[in-house]
Design a protein around this ligand. Structure first.
Ligand code: KG4
Ligand code: ZN
Length: 346
């Protein structure tokens, strides 16, 4: 394994990393050249399959990954115009996520590394979301990353590549989870985040929902109170025979979420004097959040990096981009790499 690794680096050849992502309901494979250039990024979403259940069914997700993974990897190589023998390493998400789903990607990555004698790299899913930004522009440290997804809400300080300090995180629901639950109460299809985002743009912020600021110096978040407040407001209105406009509920809910996310981000950015603010994770696709963060960071003088929509939701390009940092450090996994559902970032 190490032989091939040294060979590539000494020969000054391009480093081609195959990324694999199967932590939830997207089967994805990508090839990245020298850490930042996307040669391919193939994503097969299972959303249509899980929609009818109102959420991801783990067993169904694992089986679909098994059916898809080989084809998706072949497609990623074909699009990149490369063969397995051109690869320098394979980077794979090994947590956090659904363990059965993670294992499909991990097993595929191991098989390729074993067969080709190339290094295996284990990547934390959130590191991947953060590194989606490096596919846009070079990172400058110290930086602050606001990570918002279906499973995570975190403010992360990075002083160097691959070094993560969690300044704050959610104490209950992740922000994407709150979006999806509120959406379900509004009878919107799964996943609800994009639907609430769309409705919010047509609504008015007429309902005063709570903002969980927590202790004055805390960078933690809490969204379960807000979620309950929205659900209660809807139930109470229904009981009184009153009809609330979905657009106004969505706009008021989204305003509360964005207020807290953006204010805490700006406060942390000031405290740590960061050179960049990054937005990462599936909820980074939210138009309201992107707009508000753009305005606030501009007026505060912090450069903001946001991935394009295609790199916000789960994809393997971001996993390969994060894996490249481990590759440079020679930080490789053994063949005993396992999927870890609750893997922590630090
Ligand atoms: O990062 P991701 O693809 O998967 C996880 O790692 O969790 O994030 C999925 C989450 C879902 O909760 C989805 O509703 C939310 O991201 N999401 C959005 C938007 N697009 C996706 N939430 C709010 N506004 C959006 N436009
Ligand atoms: Zn994700």
């Amino acid at each position: 394994m190490i032989e091939k690794y040294r060979g590539d680096r000494e020969a000054g050849k391009p480093v081609h990393i195959l990324g694999i992502e199967t932590s939830c309901d997207e089967t994805s494979a990508a090839v990245i050249k020298d850490g930042t250039e996307i040669l391919s990024n193939v994503i097969s979403s299972q959303v249509e399959i899980h929609k009818r259940f109102g959420g991801v069914v783990p067993e169904v997700a694992s089986r679909r990954h098994v059916e898809n993974i080989t084809l998706i990897i072949e497609e990623a190589l074909e699009e990149a115009d490369l063969k397995l023998s051109d690869l320098s390493a394979v980077a794979v998400t090994y947590g956090p996520g659904l363990v059965g789903a993670l294992l499909v990607g991990v097993a595929a990555a191991k098989a390729i590394c074993f067969a080709r004698g190339i290094p295996l790299i284990g990547v934390h899913h959130i590191a991947g979301h953060i590194y989606a930004n490096r596919l846009m522009t070079e990172l400058e440290f110290p930086l602050l990353a606001l990570v918002v997804s279906g499973g995570h809400t975190e403010l992360i300080l990075m002083k160097d590549h691959g070094e993560y300090q969690v300044l704050g995180q959610t104490r209950d629901d992740a922000v994407g989870e709150a979006y999806d639950k509120v959406a379900r109460t509004l009878d919107l299809p799964y996943p609800g985040g994009p639907h609430i985002d769309r409705l919010a743009q047509e609504g008015r912020e007429e309902i005063e929902f709570p903002r969980a600021w927590l202790e004055p110096d805390s960078y933690d978040f809490s969204f379960s109170g807000l979620k309950s407040a929205v659900i209660n407001t809807l139930h109470n209105a229904r009981q009184r025979g009153q009809r609330l406009r979905k657009e106004d509920v969505a706009a008021s809910f989204q305003a509360s979420v964005i207020d807290v996310l953006v204010e805490k981000t700006i406060r942390a950015a000031r405290e740590y004097g960061v050179k960049q603010i990054l937005l990462a994770g599936g909820v980074a696709a939210n138009q309201g959040l992107r707009e508000t963060l753009k305005q606030r960071t501009e007026s505060e003088g912090f450069p903001l990096v946001i991935p394009p929509l295609s790199l916000c939701t789960d994809n393997a390009a971001m996993i390969a981009a994060a894996g490249y940092i481990s590759y440079q450090k020679g930080d490789f996994a053994g063949m005993d790499l396992n999927g870890i559902a609750g893997l922590s970032l630090v």
